[in-house]
Ligand binder design. Structure first.
Ligand SMILES: *Cc1c(COP(=O)(O)O)cnc(C)c1O
Length: 220
């Protein structure tokens, strides 16, 4: 584990940060990575995150990376660092409401689906623009939109994956210009996982979310 973690960290260019995806792995895995200096960890269920956050060092930055139900937001709002998987305006509103209650800012990413697979959660380019045009998101004082997150198609085709990341970068730039010009917080591009982070870091990623490559296969 330590060797793989170090290898990834050595490979990351300046300006790209690692989210170590610890879902389905025990606290001991996180503690080992923590001892090596890793501070950002990703989880995709509220219950598991709650359990780990309660029992691990408080300076860990937790990123939520899975589909998040609105009724779960209140449980993670006191400590979550970033919610990467915002896929509806209603979820964004609820995150803001709970952030206000906790008197803190919660950073979020808008999840876009670039992959052609039908089941993926997330906005299309069009539905994202429609949301930003029509909803009063600028009034949400405590949910700070910091960029976009996406996942490439699960295929063995490096060119296609690179093209999807480039498309996501195009959407990022479009949103930046239209809605977030001059907003320094809007700068994150979360893409790249175990199978494709090597491509992602060459194609405009600023956050890579890597689990199994570092921690080994998950036992579900
Ligand atoms: C599980 C997960 C990852 C990490 O996947 P690996 O293949 O283990 O690197 C990244 N992003 C999301 C959204 C995930 O759910």
């Amino acid at each position: 584990m330590a060797n793989r973690l170090q290898k990834v960290l050595d490979e990351l260019p300046k300006g790209v940060r690692l989210v170590a995806v610890s879902k389905f792995h025990t606290k001991e895995f996180i503690e080992k990575a923590y001892a090596k200096g890793q501070r950002i960890f990703g989880e995709n269920t509220q219950q598991e995150l709650q359990e780990k956050a309660t029992n691990l060092p408080k300076d860990i930055e937790w990123h939520f990376i899975g589909h998040l139900q609105r009724n779960k937001v209140k449980h993670i709002a006191p400590y979550i660092s970033m919610i990467e998987s915002v896929d509806s305006y209603k979820l964004l509103e609820e995150i803001n409401k709970q952030a206000v209650k906790n008197d803190r800012i919660i950073d979020v990413l808008l999840e876009l689906h670039m992959a052609k697979e039908e089941t993926k959660f997330g906005f299309s380019r069009e539905s994202c623009i429609q949301m930003l045009d029509q909803q009063p998101w600028r009034n949400l004082s405590n949910a700070r939109i910091c960029g976009i997150m996406t996942m490439a198609s699960n295929v063995n085709d490096a060119q296609r994956i690179a093209k999807e990341f480039d498309e996501a970068f195009g959407i990022f730039n479009e949103l930046k210009e239209k809605y977030f010009a001059g907003d320094d917080a809007f700068r994150e591009r979360s893409w790249g996982m175990s199978r494709d982070y090597g491509i992602a870091i060459k194609h405009h990623s600023t956050l890579v979310r890597i689990g199994s490559y570092i921690f080994g296969p998950r036992v579900y």
